[in-house]
Design a protein around this ligand. Structure first.
Ligand code: ADP
Ligand code: MG
Length: 728
């Protein structure tokens, strides 16, 4: 009897739910643990408050003296709320968050103790950073990187620690985190978009990028998840036969939320709200035990911090409720995987969503400008955008076992396609007054103010316009949104700069009116970026063929997709916008390749261990039972036993076949791993893992899964999919 599995099942089935009632008014709790404007005003001098506001809005520097005041206010606020420690909170290139707690405690020379936290400690820290990935930027011997306060994301109390969001850079100034390039891309898109927005409204002083993410995840009973070495070590199951009932009936999606999960969600939401994360929507997803959570959108930097923080909180609250939360993009073969839709838009300081059509033709021309420029940016940098969502986990979704495809395309819906078709046909050069009136009234003027038409939604598109924002759907559920958002903002910034240059040139050199010039350039963009637009079924084979004809990329694996990150065009883009320099770009590429290699390497080891040390011995044990049975039958029936024991004999043979297949394939896989490990160069090594090691996973799994349905359930050591997915 396989004790671990049965113990876990016993535990899971006898769980008493951890009940969490919450009747508190949610808006009152909101931001309770955040050093937000309200608390700042209460605790800070007007001078310090003003200074922080200016830093938040316009990136102004905060004087050292003022930083001391801010620190002192933060300390008083935090101590009042029961905090005992403080930490710089940052997002190194491991993908998760990092913190190192220091007590507020300090000693005076006379031995007296006091609580201390000053400007120096607020503004800059030196975590012992030698173990964070740096892609060779920092030699480990001079391992010091430093963290620096990001005043645009407010400090918060998490547990008993005051957390201060920071960037993380090396001593020579290179970014070692996800936030630094993101902040720079936000600055770039602000500069570029503000200039363009001024064509339509002189009062615009700033443009922010907005992000509303939708987080999908699985909730698995902790005992069951822990009984599976593959889930504990890699976050996904590496073997396991599909259950008889999976998601065929579509009965989970939007169904009533199981009460255990609901208790978890309630507590999670409450904690999130206290931390200022405006969580709003919760529902069941397509797969059994799969769920989604979405907040109200926020400024992108804050939204990214909030998503990282939320993922951390989710793990902790899940533990309290005896759940294990899985963020992996494909935890169970044959069952839907998880993504993290990134809803993105641009908004002006005057409160206008630049991707929302308006009441007047002028507002709509503004909308079309940003809309078409975004499409053009995606067209020009589709490979880079694809590279921004590449990971070992997401490879299982993009173009593999599940959609969306690895091909980047833009869906805009019928109404807007018609508008673009009409715009494309306007005359080149100056427009006649009649043509202009017609255009304004009948084309631009006809875009309805509200485009949120739910019947016209294409769920198969990786990048879809959804009425007042673009939804980047191909982002993986475990990803940090910073990278895809940094890339998107950067390419749009670059495009808008180019657009402004072109429009201004027509105005100056061709003596065109502003609208004429804008129409002319937009018409060109519609023409040249046509191949990126696709309205059909993105999951179909026909689209793959069509995309290939169009010359769109279709990179199905991470090492292949990552090439775009170091392409000449990419380096030019990031350098020209001052987002990253070449050293930083190359370092990141190296880190991502190594991360990929390590993940596949770990998966390879785990599957080898499972198959050889768990599955094969179990199969042999069962086979021995069969052999004993056949021998017994022979004793009883003599020569007739062959017909009587026909099935058993077949089973014995089948089991032997699967065992030998598993064994030889593990040997081959291990040999390939050894070969790959000898390769010095990161990219080549990643490709070797991808092409020579990974393909064995499926083959080994195939035979393990066959054994799962042959071997006595009582003996099977691995908790089965039906148990993982249907225990509530
Ligand atoms: P769905 O896409 O599931 O139909 P919604 O359209 O309501 O749902 O929005 C999904 C997400 O898009 C939410 O997180 C929401 O906050 C976000 N969102 C809405 N408007 C914007 C915007 N202007 N910028 C960024 N995100 C937005
Ligand atoms: Mg959505």
């Amino acid at each position: 009897m396989s004790t671990l599995r049965f113990q876990a099942l016993f535990e899971a089935q006898n769980r008493k739910p951890v009940v969490f009632e919450d009747s508190t008014n949610r808006s009152q709790l909101f931001g309770e643990n955040v050093f937000n404007k309200q608390s700042m005003r209460q605790y800070m001098t007007p001078e310090a408050f003003e200074s922080v506001m200016n830093a938040m809005e316009y990136g102004h520097k905060i004087e050292r003296k003022v930083a001391d005041q801010v620190a002192s206010a933060m300390k008083s606020w935090a101590l009042n709320k029961g905090a005992t420690h403080y930490t710089h909170w940052f997002q190194p290139l491991t993908g998760s968050t990092a913190e190192k707690h220091d007590a507020f405690l300090d000693m005076l020379p006379n031995g007296e103790a006091l609580e201390k936290f000053d400007g120096a400690q607020l503004v800059q820290q030196e975590p012992d950073a030698s173990s964070f990935p740096s892609g060779g930027i920092r030699n480990t011997f001079e391992a010091r990187g430093y963290t620096a306060w990001d005043p645009t994301s407010p400090a918060f109390i998490y547990g008993t620690a005051l957390c201060i969001p920071t960037i993380f850079v090396s001593y020579t100034g290179e970014a070692l985190d996800n936030k630094t390039p993101l902040l720079k891309s936000l600055q770039a898109v602000d500069d570029a978009a503000t200039q363009v927005a001024k064509y339509f409204d002189k009062n615009v002083t700033k443009v922010i990028s907005t992000l509303g993410w939708e987080q999908e995840y699985f909730l698995i009973d902790a005992a069951l998840a822990n009984s599976r070495p593959d889930i504990s070590l890699t976050g996904r199951s590496l073997i396991g036969h599909s259950p008889a009932k999976g998601q065929q009936l579509d009965d989970h999606y939007f169904g009533s939320i199981p009460s255990r999960a609901l208790n978890f969600m309630r507590e999670l939401e409450l904690e999130s709200l206290k931390l200022g994360i405006p969580v709003k929507t919760r529902h069941n997803e397509v797969a059994p035990n799969q769920f989604e959570l979405a907040p109200i959108y926020e400024e992108a930097n804050l939204a990214v911090d909030h998503n990282s923080l939320l993922m951390d909180i989710m793990g902790k609250i899940a533990e309290k409720h005896n759940f294990c939360v899985l963020f992996h993009e494909k935890p169970f073969a044959g069952i839907n995987g998880s993504g993290k839709h990134n809803n993105w838009s641009l908004a002006t300081s005057t409160g206008v969503n630049l991707l929302s059509p308006g009441k007047t033709p002028m507002k709509n021309l503004q909308f079309l400008t940003f809309f078409i420029n975004t499409i053009k940016a995606v067209h020009d940098y589709e490979e880079l955008l694809r590279s921004g969502i590449a990971s070992a986990g997401n490879d299982h979704r993009l173009g593999a076992n599940e959609a969306p495809p690895a091909i980047i395309s833009v869906f805009i819906g019928k109404q807007l396609s018609d508008v673009l078709d009409e715009l494309e046909n306007i005359t080149k050069g100056k427009l006649s007054p009649e043509e202009k009136t017609d255009l304004k009234l009948n084309v631009v003027g006809k875009i309805p103010e509200i485009l949120l038409d739910n019947t016209d939604r294409n769920r198969t598109s990786p990048f879809a316009f959804t009425g007042n924002k673009f939804e980047f759907r191909a982002v993986g559920s475990s990803a940090n949104c910073a990278t895809p958002m940094m890339i998107l903002n950067a390419i749009v910034a670059k495009q808008l700069i180019y657009f402004k240059e072109q429009v201004d040139k027509l105005i100056e050199e061709k003596d065109m009116k502003k609208d004429d010039a804008i129409f002319n350039i937009l018409r060109e963009y519609i023409k040249v970026s046509k191949k990126i637009r696709f309205e059909g079924d993105g999951y179909s084979k026909a689209w793959e063929d069509e995309a290939e004809k169009r010359g769109l990329s279709n990179h199905k694996t991470t090492p292949q997709a990552l090439k775009a990150k170091v392409a000449k065009k990419t380096i030019q883009l990031f350098e020209s916008l001052k987002i990253m320099n070449k050293v930083e770009i190359l370092a990141r590429h190296e880190i991502e390749l190594d991360e990929y290699t390590l993940k596949i390497q770990i998966e390879g080891r785990v599957i080898g261990d499972l198959a050889r040390n768990h599955i094969i011995p179990t199969a042999i044990r069962y086979q021995n039972t069969l052999i004993k049975n056949v021998k017994g039958l022979k004793n009883i029936f003599g020569d007739d036993f062959k017909t009587i024991a026909e099935e058993q004999l077949m089973l014995i043979k089948d089991i032997s076949h699967h065992i030998s297949q598993i064994n030889s394939k593990i040997t081959f896989m291990t040999d390939e791993r050894k070969k790959a490990n000898k390769i010095e160069e990161s990219e080549k090594r990643a490709f070797a893992y991808c092409k020579n090691v990974k393909p064995y996973f499926e083959e080994i799994r195939y035979h393990c899964d066959k054994l799962e349905v042959l071997v006595d359930d009582e003996l099977w050591p691995m908790t089965k999919f039906r148990e993982l997915l249907f225990t509530r």
